[in-house]
Design a protein. Structure first.
Length: 583
């Protein structure tokens, strides 16, 4: 694990509030001094994921995972400790320290930078080629699709010549090692020979939010296959964690809402016609990681997928993903099987703006789609639709909004608001009951002395030094407790009274981190701290002696001769210690 200066790390933690960081991945609600939401790391319907702003720690009671803000970023972004630190340092506007004690981390960092530099070189080459005689066909193709030169330049569009080694030879001529070229995804390898991955295609460079070229998408000219080709996953590119167009959104001062589309050309075409904030999900169904990325910049999304059946299915999936991330979601519907690019070219910005104005919210859209499954002209179809619609309505948290949809459904179907409300509350009552149980778990614990002592010390590290003479690592039976206690004492001996976040950064094993995060939720109040610590120390000693006595008694069953005498003598000494502890 990369090592960073303690003081620098403390500053990093203070500038990255965990509630703000987590809120970009899941919607949080404050209850009982903590923030609660659906866990971004496993599927659940009842919130069991908690975040403490005071302690800067998160913990999920469902999957038993927890940690500080760095652990969260590592898990949410699927990156190493050092990479998580980089992400948070950029977020806080902090420069990385000059000296980082981790050769493996520094080697990986250099590799990534080399790939980014090569991507930048390739992007410039493709872009220049687009405006050269060699790229005339691609240039005319874009012009015919309503894309003018300023838009081409804004997106850095380009053209990959229909040759086998244009980019390969360019990279080699600049001294780029073959290993870096292979790892970039710009070439393919067959029989140990490399050749350009993109040939005869209009090129769409894919940028990170910071404006770094991390990958490419290529659209074939003509009828070749595949129609679109993306860079394979590399050290700098994971399609689940990137959005096409996100770099342009990041540059905007304020983003009230964003339009989510399916393809590169949809984003470029919308932008060309005046739509400022549009992103595409790189040819995959929208992922929770992409939703979390977009949540950094806006909280409202208009889903504008194709108007065909496949687009409808994709829209329903996107609604679920976006809603789980805490977005307000509305759906733009295109008639006649059109896609965003085709619509905006024929109807212009004014026509698109009208669609935005009339866009239904996610619940209305779900009800419209569900209604298609039934013949509501019949009594049976109307009844079945009402029951299915009630299941959708029961998921609405706001009583006021829920009441509005109940009234609307009653008007549609002829059933009374009371009967629809009763149907909607069948699952809702159980859901609310489970949620309350989850929220109250923090106040309840059956934890033993080890957990209670550590929870107290973690919350009041000033007492750690005084307890060091009464308790040792050997007094703890649970491995993570030993390690947490050791890390706490180590920090205190260096003159540091660590916060939860700082202590967790000292723990290497995931099991230790999860347990420390769990302990952060235990509320331990001691009216007389000195007496409490002495009592805990005595109990831990007794428990350790008892564990050892049971071990000896078990060995005694099969021992004989001198070994038996030795075991009996140790048991006798343990009994004497027990007597002393009772006094």
């Amino acid at each position: 694990m990369a090592r960073f200066p303690d003081g620098w790390l403390s500053e990093l933690y203070s500038r990255n509030d965990i509630v703000d960081v987590v809120s970009a991945h899941t919607s949080l609600t404050e209850r009982s001094g903590r923030f609660w939401g659906l866990c971004p790391f496993h599927k659940e319907k009842t919130p069991s994921f908690s975040v403490s702003r005071d302690k800067q720690v998160y913990y999920c009671f469902g999957c038993k995972q927890g940690g500080n803000v760095v652990n969260f970023v590592m898990k949410a972004e699927n990156v190493s400790f050092g990479e998580a630190i980089e992400i948070l340092s950029r977020r806080a506007g902090m420069e990385l320290p000059d000296k980082i004690d981790d050769k493996e981390y520094m080697l990986l960092k250099r590799k990534k930078q080399q790939i980014k530099d090569l991507n930048k070189l390739a992007a410039r080459y493709y872009h220049e080629t687009l405006f050269s005689p060699q790229g005339r066909k691609a240039f005319e193709y874009l012009k015919n699709r309503g894309i003018d030169e300023p838009v081409m330049k804004r997106f850095g569009l380009g053209y990959a010549p229909d040759g086998w080694d244009s980019v390969l030879e360019l990279a080699r001529s600049k001294g780029v090692p073959d290993e870096t070229i292979r790892e970039s995804g710009l070439v393919l390898v067959k029989n140990n020979n490399m050749y350009d991955a993109f040939r005869g295609r209009v090129m769409f460079p894919i940028f990170s939010p910071l404006g770094e070229v991390v990958a490419f998408g290529g659209r074939v000219l003509g009828d070749g296959t595949p129609k679109y080709l993306n860079t394979k996953e590399t050290l700098v590119f994971n399609k689940r964690r990137n959005l096409y167009g996100i770099d342009l959104i990041r540059r905007m001062a304020k983003v009230k809402s964003a339009v989510l589309v399916e393809g590169y050309m949809d984003v470029v075409s919308l932008c060309a016609h005046g739509v400022k904030a549009a992103v595409a999900s790189l040819g995959t169904a929208l992922t929770k990681e992409q939703a979390a990325l977009l949540k950094r910049y806006t909280s409202e999304v208009f889903v504008a997928y194709d108007g065909d059946e496949a687009g409808e299915i994709a829209t329903m999936k996107a609604i679920e993903t976006l809603s789980a991330a805490g977005f307000r979601v509305r759906v733009i519907r295109f008639g006649d099987g059109l896609d965003p690019d085709e619509f905006v070219k024929t109807r212009g910005l004014k026509g698109f703006a009208q669609l935005v104005k009339n866009a239904p919210d996610s619940i209305s859209y779900k009800l419209e789609v569900k209604k298609k499954e039934f013949d509501v002209s019949t009594a049976d179809g109307k009844e079945r639709y009402a029951i299915a619609a009630a299941k959708i309505i029961e998921g609405i948290e706001s009583p006021i909004i829920k009441e509005r949809y109940i009234k609307k459904l009653a008007e549609e179907t002829g059933f009374s608001p009371g009967s629809i409300s009763g149907e909607a509350q069948k699952k809702g009552a159980q859901k609310n009951s489970n949620a309350n149980n989850r929220y109250n778990r923090i106040e309840k614990t059956d934890d033993g002395t080890e957990s209670l002592l550590l929870a107290f010390l973690l919350g009041s590290p000033a007492y750690a030094q005084s307890v060091s003479g009464m308790v040792s690592e050997e007094d703890f039976s649970f491995g993570p407790h030993k390690n947490i206690f050791s890390a706490l004492l180590g920090s205190v001996k260096k003159g540091i009274q660590p916060t939860y976040a700082e202590l967790i950064s000292e723990l290497g094993a995931e099991e230790d981190v999860n347990e420390a995060a769990r302990l952060s939720g235990l509320q331990v109040v001691a009216d007389d701290p000195g007496a409490f610590l002495k009592d805990c120390a005595a109990k831990l000693k007794k428990e350790r002696l008892m564990r050892r006595r049971l071990e000896l008694a078990k060995l005694l069953q099969t021992a004989s001769g001198a070994e038996r005498s030795k075991l009996l003598a140790e048991i006798s000494e343990l009994d004497k210690e027990f007597i002393k502890l009772r006094v």
